[in-house]
Design a protein around this ligand. Structure first.
Ligand code: ATP
Length: 308
């Protein structure tokens, strides 16, 4: 998926007059004169971990004249552990500015209320520069706290276009497993070792809550006492546990989105990206499926949303 994204970034997008929209922001004075006047527009991309939310956010941001991305993954808000937390790389972000990504110290604790405040500031700053904010991330409780705030401020100020990148769970299960294996190949063990602290076995604050950190505790504490074979076996068990926990997270994230749709009546457009994953052995087929099932329909949905 990352490779596909990067390849797409390198290819210049064909000129598309249909996508040349007016800025998402309307003259503030209009709002003062008419409190029921047009609201500012915000795009929200949801989905379980591994489904391609980041790719879609960059695709949309590069297709629309001026857009910036606001992260809503509560773990990626922290600095550090770029491999473990699967942060978008600068190459993958294709020059699109990202807000609230790696901005807090690793140990900082971020409440939903803190996140709401920070995200609102980012939205305002993006809109004040005449650009379109695209919020993307998997922390649905933070997203809910932002959008359904107690005094209904958010809904009264902004119109939202909700997009949900979904992948059938058995297919996502396979992909998430492969992704964890790649993280290990890319240096996950050493990355976690760097923040491991023998004197502290609590994993309830900041970035140490990330899946892939607590699971390594028993490995780092015991590896020095083990022979090569037993060490490998323990590492294999830890990696299996990380895969299970990551898939568990994906299932919970999916359930939360369903709940926001059914119980909270969020009007969320679901995009089924499953064929993108089943065809991923052929990059070309996967790219075609992505465009046909995810990027294309999302572009149409956001175009309509901006013109409304
Ligand atoms: P909850 O209320 O269950 O915390 P949430 O919607 O606020 O849900 P999630 O994004 O689902 O937050 O994160 C829940 C947990 O999943 C985190 O505390 C962390 O353990 C793990 N997690 C989330 N995002 C990541 C990530 N990018 N990398 C590693 N672990 C993550």
């Amino acid at each position: 998926i990352m490779k596909i994204s990067m390849a797409m970034c390198k290819q210049p997008l064909p000129p598309s007059p249909a996508l040349d929209f007016p800025p998402a922001r309307f003259d503030r004075n209009m709002l003062t004169l008419n409190p029921y006047g047009p609201k500012d527009k915000v795009v929200v991309i949801m989905g379980a971990t591994g489904t391609g939310k980041s790719r879609l956010s960059v695709d949309l941001a590069t297709r629309f004249r001026a857009a910036e991305i606001i992260n809503s993954d509560k773990i990626q808000v922290h600095q550090g552990l770029d491999i473990v937390t699967n942060k978008i790389t600068s190459e993958e972000s294709c020059g699109v500015p990202h807000h609230l990504l790696g901005v807090l110290p690793p140990e900082a604790d971020l409440t939903a209320a803190n996140y709401r405040q920070m995200a609102n500031l980012s939205i305002e700053s993006i809109l004040n520069r005449g650009k379109l904010p695209i919020i993307v991330g998997g922390s649905n409780s933070y997203m809910e706290a932002l959008v359904d705030d107690e005094d209904k401020q958010f809904r009264s100020r902004y119109d939202c276009c909700f997009l949900w990148v979904d992948v059938a769970l058995p297919v996502l299960h396979g992909f998430v497993s492969e992704r964890v294996d790649k993280m290990v190949e890319n240096g996950m063990v050493e990355e976690v070792r760097e923040i491991f602290d023998y004197s502290d076995s609590s994993y309830s604050r900041g970035i140490k809550k990330a899946i892939g950190v607590p699971e390594f505790d028993r490995f780092f504490r015991n590896e020095q006492f083990l022979n090569v074979g037993d060490r490998e076996e323990l590492l294999r068990k830890v990696v299996e546990e990380i895969k299970r926990n990551t898939f568990g997270l994906a299932c919970r994230q999916r359930e939360k989105i369903e709940r926001l749709r059914k119980v909270k009546k969020w009007c969320i457009q679901r995009l089924d990206a499953t064929p993108v994953f089943t065809k991923r052995r052929s990059k070309m087929d996967a790219d075609v499926a992505w465009e046909r099932l995810v990027a294309g329909p999302s572009t149409v949905a956001v175009s309509r949303f901006l013109l409304n």
